[in-house]
Design a protein around this ligand. Sequence first.
Ligand SMILES: C[S@@+](CC[C@H](N)C(=O)[O-])C[C@H]1O[C@@H](n2cnc3c(N)ncnc32)[C@H](O)[C@@H]1O
Length: 228
Amino acid sequence: MNTRKLSNPSAQRPSRKGRRFIEQAAIFFRGFIENPGMVASVIPSSRSTIDAMLARVDWQGCRLFVEYGPGVGTFTTHILDRLPADGKLLAIDTNARFVDYLRETIDDPRLEVVLGSAADVERFVRESGHAGADYIISGLPFSSLPATVAGNIADATYRVMNEGGAFMTYQFKPVARELTQARFEQIETGLALMNVPPCLLTWGWKHKAQTAREVESRPLAAINALNR
Ligand SMILES: C[S@@+](CC[C@H](N)C(=O)[O-])C[C@H]1O[C@@H](n2cnc3c(N)ncnc32)[C@H](O)[C@@H]1O
């Protein structure tokens, strides 16, 4: 019998990282039991989903990153790991248990956690001292939200986004992708097969919206160019 291993208390206890994982899973599961419609998943997103989603962000140019539905912080710490020193992360969640947990466990001056709905993102962004967001990632269960709430959140997201920025979603159902496609100028898609269950990844990029005058004058400009 290997007594050395048994007599070493640290060999029997899970590591700090392991303890945090167990703690997060327990709080997330409790949040799901209390509010199944709002949380809509029993387990947090996988590491491969997190890496795939965040790989397309231009971190150097990011001043304000917004996270909808951070839950127990599955994405939050990874966003902070990549965010520049002068960047800010605004995390918005309707669940007070998750908000308290994030405030108690993540000590980072770049993080602001607010209790409220993503539908009020414009007000939260203004209150945080910014004119717009560079990136917004959403863990919201769009398919469980009432259609008008989902549409209002997507509208507010487009309005508050800075040009060149992206709205990013990871969802089991295509609702978030459809809402993004209907509003954003450029769409990129992916599939996270290793997630449980696998999920659809979508990036909606906001580009300069063309005014009606610009669209109208385009054929004229082409004719003028031919006549030159
Ligand atoms: C599926 S969990 C995602 C948790 C985490 N981001 C992850 O990837 O594991 C959905 C989260 O959205 C939050 N939520 C639901 N409706 C919301 C709303 N309207 N505004 C902000 N957060 C909301 C829930 O409280 C929950 O934390």
